[in-house]
Design a protein around this ligand. Sequence first.
Ligand SMILES: [Zn+2]
Length: 55
Amino acid sequence: MCQGRTEDGRLCGVVSPEFSDLEAMCGWSCVHTMRYPNHTSFRMVADVPMVLVPQ
Ligand SMILES: [Zn+2]
């Protein structure tokens, strides 16, 4: 999700499609930053698998 600000100061908030690899995600953010040069801050919403190990 883009954390850049639009010209009137609102949060851009454009959400990318889901990516399963980091390279595709970087590609998307590069294209977005090329279009909006001041949008250089992004938030990654990650789905991280975890396994609980009983002690
Ligand atoms: Zn943006």
